[in-house]
Design a protein around this ligand. Structure first.
Ligand code: CS2
Length: 508
């Protein structure tokens, strides 16, 4: 077969092993708008929606909206929204063309196209994956960051917003002023209590605009929390080549994910709801136990392996976890320190979940770069590491292991500074601040710890002031900034962790 481009016309000519949409795409109408059409959305919510359309056909087509790069018109747009979702598990490859995205909208230069879609009466569900930092909240408190430059801009120019809270508040204002139909806004990002944070930032923004808008939002919208899960790294050229070589066609919007997927959504909606619960998602009253489990275990392991992995010279998660020392470290951390912080999770045995998570990370076909996971760590460590650390400290449990990846995040950013030889390029909203601290202080772990722990947007002041936590961070920085970071991890892993710092003292 010649390498045609994926398009509706090509569907009938695809090899039989490629699964195709099992419903009449032409009859699909927009019902859901999704902001942030990246690999994760295409591998997760769009696939669930595709499953739903095949099972219980309704009008719930997805409109994909990007307010940040990349342009969708050049990939999904050219393929009428179609794309291939590959499931890869070591040597297995399974291809499926997903058809649930009916339209794409690029709104990177101005918010106008996004606003028009989000305010349209046929849209009753707005989902989003805009990354942790997209919410413009203060990680340590969850409140809207009123000093964020985009929020300052949007409050001064509410009709031409550029932040997610500003765009959503404006879209809701347009809905209020035109048809007034209710809408659910569903965050699918890995921030803690994502529905509460989304609700917070949108309401806080709206309150500053008008009391009338805030009241309308209260009465006509819902912000359910959700736990989302599937490992789906950024697509590479090699993935596009795989489709061409194995299946004989070109697809510029391929995504690759693991087989595992999970979606737990709080049962709190406004207006009609796509019945994702018919195709494997769960609607529950309280997402919190699921969210803690996922962010602290799976994401906590990924973040730990990413920082220790980069420091140890490993490129991808599967390579980091193939190192016996890192595998042992992360398993001990999760079982000894993370698991005791979890609430009972309906239907899930935590110890089995840990093993399942670790096994997912060993999948050699999922080439998840440690630097990708390490990106925006300042927005991730609160929910993945600092919250379990806080719970441990409250109950008097050891944090000897959980504190290592926190120091790992610091070391990762410190080593990117000029003074430490710019070991690698980093991307984190706090990268510049930490590089400036590192340039000023140099290799003094105590002073580095004190300056970084003083960043209260990340470290809650009571946690930063805890002498045990500080002592472990200082020791962690000493070890991870040394010439032998893996030797340090080995030492930590060698003995009973409770004995390591018997009497942490705040040295002068
Ligand atoms: C990863 C997540 O990049 C990251 O921060 O930890 O994208 C992770 O792969 C997903 O949350 C898995 O569901």
């Amino acid at each position: 077969m010649s390498a045609g481009n994926l398009s509706p016309a090509l569907l009938d000519r695809l090899p039989p092993e490629v699964r195709k949409p099992a419903y009449d795409r032409a009859a699909l109408k927009p019902g859901i708008a999704h902001v942030g059409v990246g690999a994760f959305h295409r591998c997760h919510q769009a696939e669930y929606t595709d499953d739903l359309l095949a099972k219980d056909f309704d009008r719930w087509g997805l409109v994909g909206v990007n307010i940040r790069p990349p342009l969708l018109a050049e990939t999904l747009g050219r393929q009428s929204g179609l794309y291939t979702r590959l499931i890869r598990q070591n040597d297995e490859v399974e291809a499926r063309v997903i058809g649930s995205i009916v339209r794409v909208i690029d709104s990177q230069d101005t918010a106008a196209p996004a606003l028009e879609m989000l305010a349209a009466p046929e849209i009753e569900m707005v989902t989003m994956t805009v990354t942790e930092k997209g919410y413009c909240h203060i990680p340590s408190s969850g409140a809207l960051d009123l000093d964020h430059p985009d929020i300052v801009h949007d409050l001064a120019n509410p009709e031409t917003p550029r932040s997610v809270p500003g765009i959503l508040a404006r879209a809701l204002e347009l809905r209020m002023a035109s048809h007034g139909r209710p809408v659910t806004l569903l965050s699918c990002d890995n921030i803690p209590t994502n529905g509460i944070i989304l609700g917070n930032v949108v309401r806080t923004f709206a309150e500053r605009r008008s009391g009338k808008l805030a009241d309308w939002i209260e009465a006509n919208t819902a912000f359910p929390s959700a736990m989302v899960d599937r490992i789906a790294p950024a697509t590479t050229e090699a993935d596009i080549e795989t489709v061409k070589k194995r299946f004989g066609y070109r697809d510029a919007a391929v995504v690759v994910g693991e087989r595992f997927r999970q979606w737990v959504i709080e049962n709190r909606f406004a207006g009609r709801v796509p019945r994702w619960d018919l195709v494997g998602a769960a609607f529950v009253d309280d997402v919190t136990p699921f969210e803690h489990l996922k962010m602290r275990v799976l994401n906590g392991a990924q973040t730990t392996l990413s920082y220790l992995g980069v420091l140890g010279g490993f490129e991808h998660t599967f390579e980091a976890i193939a190192a016996p020392l890192l595998a042992r470290f992360v398993r001990r951390m999760l079982t000894e320190e993370t698991l005791p912080t979890l609430m009972p999770v309906p239907g899930i045995a935590p110890a089995a979940y840990v093993e399942q998570s670790l096994s997912r990370l060993t999948n050699t076909a999922i080439r998840h770069r440690n630097h990708q996971i390490a990106t925006d760590g300042s927005q991730k460590i609160v929910q993945r590491l600092l919250n379990p650390i806080r719970d441990r400290l409250t109950k008097g449990g050891s944090i000897a292991l959980l504190s290592v990846p926190v120091a790992g995040w610091m070391a990762y950013l410190i080593k990117a500074s000029a003074r430490f030889g710019r070991a690698w390029q980093v991307s984190d909203p706090f990268a510049e601040k930490i590089a400036a601290i590192a340039d000023r202080i140099g290799a003094d772990s105590e002073a580095l710890s004190d300056s970084i722990l003083a960043i209260d947007a990340i470290f809650d002041p009571s946690l930063a002031a805890d002498p045990t936590f500080r002592a472990y961070i200082v020791a962690g920085l000493d070890g991870l900034l040394s010439n032998d970071p893996m030797g340090f991890v080995g030492q930590v892993c060698a003995g009973p962790t409770d004995a390591r710092l018997k009497q942490p003292a705040r040295s002068a």
